[in-house]
Design a protein around this ligand. Structure first.
Ligand SMILES: NC(=O)c1ccc[n+]([C@@H]2O[C@H](COP(=O)([O-])OP(=O)(O)OC[C@H]3O[C@@H](n4cnc5c(N)ncnc54)[C@H](O)[C@@H]3O)[C@@H](O)[C@H]2O)c1
Ligand SMILES: [Zn+2]
Ligand SMILES: [Zn+2]
Length: 450
């Protein structure tokens, strides 16, 4: 998405009108210094934050500490954050309605610094982790804990127009999902905080609890919603943190075979960390071989479940790379087609990687003719899973640090984006410390200065 398309998105929002009527919190405050600085803390205190400054340009800037805006707000002093594969899509500008100066980051952990007068469950000093999606707690979907479908936390009219109906708000993820400031910062405003922060027990270090905000619930959602069960055969496209942990959960549920697919060193990393996982490095395929042909060779008849944990911007062949570049499609269909071809007739396919719009050459025939069940998609409704997952982290059933490879400083987070993009220096998932962080937890990666 180039600057022109982003401008067009802004224009569309102006024409469609912003839907402010139904919202439960103030939206579109992606930096406390915007709108004449009216969202800044009255003390004038400054903080560091990572901001989107243009396509492929993210920078650590100085801006004001945020203030309580709504009665249900909390200000969190951030003690840990990270970079997600989704942030890289934002950096690339493939998500519309991101604006210059917007603070990014939808995964953070910290300490409650200030509470609004209507907050009842939290107090200053509590250790908390956020949910990447922002829930109102009252609408039909939030009541069912399908919180990424919240009806009251995203005022983007364009979102509703593009997708038929609108999803809920997300921290630090463009005005298409509410324009909230993100947590790749020293402080962050959390709207409707009683719903969107989970208290972290003292025994669980930041380096483990942080990932309850996204990676753990997202990867869990991908296997839960596709119904992975004992004895299943499962293939997962993409071995970034999401696909890697999806393989982990599939194994934990007793899947008979789990095959992780990627084209680089991450295949080896997955094998070294998840006992029994098999991998397929498609860069080593011989002429005439394809990912689906190889899957059928490994599992005759195809797998029960395929999970796409890649993302629509990753064009594979020349045709799609070109079509993406020219803007004649927003997403490639290559990985979803590979999922369809690799799945057993009447099996299940789930899409957990991010897709944002139209795609060309999608083989709808394969979906229909083979009776494939397209299930297990969507932005993960964190609230449905996070209490259960915290229990698993606390009792040691899952150790999220198996995907944690690096520790960086907030001052270097712009460089961490570039490493995440290139899958460089053995980076799977990082922990980013701030000046408020506790000393590094034992057994977790040492600090690397970039
Ligand atoms: N649905 C949700 O709630 C949710 C939440 C978080 C992240 N995401 C999305 O999930 C996806 C993965 O996130 P991540 O943090 O693991 O990202 P990542 O970029 O670290 O990992 C993606 C991996 O996919 C691999 N890949 C690319 N093309 C491939 C192909 N054709 N076949 C197989 N592998 C391929 C890459 O080499 C990379 O290792 C991203 O699209 C991200 O935006 C979705
Ligand atoms: Zn994410
Ligand atoms: Zn809601």
């Amino acid at each position: 998405m180039d600057g022109g398309q982003n401008r067009a998105a802004k224009l569309a929002e102006t024409v469609l009108g912003h839907d402010d009527k139904n919202k439960a919190a103030h939206t579109d405050i992606a930096n406390p210094d915007r709108d004449g600085g009216q969202w800044a803390d009255s003390t004038g205190e400054k903080m560091k934050a990572l901001a989107w400054m243009g396509k492929n340009d993210v920078r650590v800037i100085e801006t004001s500490k945020p203030r309580i805006v709504d009665d249900y707000d909390v200000i969190v002093k951030v003690t840990g954050t990270t970079v997600c594969g989704s942030d890289v899509h934002l950096m690339h500008g493939v998500i519309v309605q991101v604006e210059k100066g917007d603070i990014l980051g939808h995964e953070f952990i910290g300490v409650v610094d200030a509470v609004g007068p209507a907050v009842t469950k939290l107090a200053v000093g509590d250790r908390v982790v956020n949910s990447f999606c922002i829930s109102c707690g009252q609408c039909e979907f939030c009541k069912r804990k399908l919180t990424t479908a919240c009806e009251k936390t995203n005022a983007s009219a364009l979102h509703a127009k593009l997708f038929g109906s609108r999803m809920g708000g997300i921290f630090g993820y463009s005005h298409l999902t509410g324009g909230y400031a993100g947590g790749q910062a020293e402080f962050v405003r959390v709207p409707l905080a009683d719903n969107n922060l989970l208290k972290v027990p003292q025994g669980v270090p930041d380096e483990k609890a942080l990932y309850l905000s996204d990676v753990l619930p997202t990867s869990f959602h991908s296997v839960d919603y596709t119904g992975v069960k004992e004895g299943d055969t499962v293939a997962v496209w993409g071995l970034g943190p999401i696909g890697f942990m999806a393989c982990y959960w599939a194994k934990q549920r007793g899947a008979k075979r789990v095959i992780g697919i990627d084209n680089n060193w991450r295949t080896e990393y997955a094998r070294s960390k998840i006992p029994g996982v098999e991998t397929l490095d498609y860069s080593t395929l011989k002429s005439g071989e394809t990912v689906p042909s190889k899957i059928h060779e490994m599992v005759p008849g195809g797998v029960d479940v395929s999970i796409d944990a890649t993302g629509g911007e990753f064009g594979k062949g020349l045709a799609h790379k070109l079509e993406l570049k020219l803007g004649v499609e927003q997403d490639t269909s290559e990985m979803v087609n590979e999922c369809l071809y690799s799945t057993k007739k009447f099996g299940r396919v789930g899409i957990i990687g991010d897709y944002v719009g139209y795609t060309n050459h999608f083989n709808i025939g394969a979906l229909m003719e083979l009776g494939i069940n397209l299930v297990g998609c969507g932005q993960s409704p964190v609230h449905k899973y996070w209490e259960h997952l915290l229990e698993l982290v606390e009792n040691g059933s899952v150790d999220p640090t198996i995907m944690l490879t690096h520790r960086y400083r907030l001052e270097d987070i712009d460089k961490a984006y570039k490493l995440q993009e290139k899958r460089g220096e053995g980076l799977v998932k990082c922990f980013v410390e701030t000046r408020f962080s506790a000393p590094r937890a034992e057994g977790t990666p040492e600090l690397t200065t970039l």
